[in-house]
Design a protein around this ligand. Structure first.
Ligand SMILES: Nc1ncnc2c1ncn2[C@@H]1O[C@H](COP(=O)(O)OP(=O)(O)OP(=O)(O)O)[C@@H](O)[C@H]1O
Ligand SMILES: [Mg+2]
Length: 363
């Protein structure tokens, strides 16, 4: 367990100060994959770098497995850094060393494995883990981006860390290579029980890999929770804008004119997850209500291991019929909200207050 409490980081240059971290508190479960998202300059890298004290916080506490790390003496700090691997967007490999030597180097330089034979055995094991056994004698310039990141991962895992920090580790890779690196990270998380904390501007990476996510804006945590919770019910405007990058349905909700049609009636957003995803709810509401229902946009997909569905419906009918539909949705624990749509004709009189208030209906 990593417990970050009231962490602050202030940069001072002359009379100017920049608050990069502002009262940040987070709990990250051991063995989980935790994502940090936010706009450029929000403080993501600063937060990540405080976790191995590459950056010293101005104040606040970081406890790892109960141990306060911000006050560790130098020798203990070196040990902590050995227990914390890090990978970067641009790989940071040594160009003049082979793949083998790039991985062996930290083991040699820190004196972690002094015996050359044992070191060789460990490097061969790591090459096998990241699927690079055939490439041990190549130099970084002879590798693809994905292969370079595999070397970065092997090097980061060389000292058997308990924590892996990833700063935009897939941002320089094409989508297919990104998927293969994500699969490797998921595999490492599962088989080695390693905690992974990652920063990325690619929302799809968070959707595919993470268990939990925190959103940072101007150094403050503005939202945090499970990926399913944050991605299906983003509350803060910054979070909604970030999530909309990988969610065309949310993009339409934020800007209903994207639909390009003017329908009479209500624009209604449904969200459901888990078992509900597979239930025939649409056919039930059609059978029970005479309201006219059109599907304007929708998707059924997965957030890591959680199935979910989202629909944008046009509903036209008497207020009582619409209310009946909402009752059925409540019974099935389907989240529903009426989206105010400037491009839409006025909703039925009884429902218009809801529309104005954009009232969300929770089950
Ligand atoms: N060494 C430094 N000295 C002064 N200010 C810094 C330093 N490093 C970062 N900052 C400032 O701290 C703030 C947070 O920077 P940080 O690098 O953590 O952002 P980020 O969220 O990682 O952004 P990006 O997505 O662009 O990488 C920014 O305003 C940045 O200018
Ligand atoms: Mg950064």
């Amino acid at each position: 367990m990593i417990e970050i409490s009231h962490l602050n980081k202030v940069w001072r240059s002359g009379a100017r100060t920049v608050t990069a971290l502002d009262d940040v508190s987070l709990r990250i479960a051991a063995g989980s994959i935790f994502g940090i998202i936010g706009r450029s300059g929000a403080g993501k890298s600063t937060l990540l770098r405080t976790l191995n004290l590459l950056e010293r916080p101005t104040s606040g506490s970081i406890r790892m497995d109960g141990q306060e790390i911000t006050t560790l003496p130098h020798a203990e700090l070196l040990k902590l850094r050995q227990q914390t691997g890090m990978i970067f967007q641009h790989f940071n490999l040594l160009a003049a060393k082979t793949v083998f030597d790039n991985i062996a180097w930290p083991l040699k330089a820190t004196g972690l494995i002094r015996d050359a034979g044992a070191r060789r055995a460990r490097v061969l094991e790591l090459l096998d883990l990241v699927g690079l056994s055939e490439h041990a004698d190549k130099y970084p310039a002879q590798l693809s981006g994905g292969q370079k990141q595999r070397v970065g991962i092997a090097r980061a895992l060389a000292s058997r860390p308990k924590l892996l920090l990833c700063d935009e580790a897939t941002s320089a890779l094409d989508p297919e290579t990104t998927q293969s690196i994500l699969a490797l990270l998921a595999d490492i998380n599962r088989t080695l029980g390693l905690t992974i904390i990652l920063i990325t501007h690619e929302m799809q990476v968070i959707r595919d890999l993470c268990d939990e996510v925190a959103v940072i804006e101007q150094g403050r945590i503005i939202e945090q929770g499970s990926v399913a919770d944050i991605f299906l019910h983003p509350r803060h405007d910054v979070t909604r804008a970030l999530v909309a990058q990988s969610d065309p349905l949310l993009a339409t909700i934020l800007n209903p004119s994207r639909l390009g049609v003017t329908l009479p009636g209500l624009l209604v957003h449904l969200t459901y997850s888990g078992e509900t995803t597979w239930q025939p709810i649409l056919s039930q509401i059609c059978a029970c209500s005479p309201a006219q229902i059109s599907i304007l946009q929708g998707e059924v997909s997965m957030l890591k291991d959680t199935p979910y569905g989202q629909l944008l419906l046009g509903i036209q009918g008497e207020a009582a019929d619409v209310a009946q539909i909402f009752n059925i949705l409540d019974e099935h624990q389907v989240f529903h909200e009426i989206i105010p749509a400037r491009t839409h004709a006025a909703p039925p009189a009884e429902a218009s207050e809801d529309t104005e208030n954009s009232e969300a209906h929770h089950a």
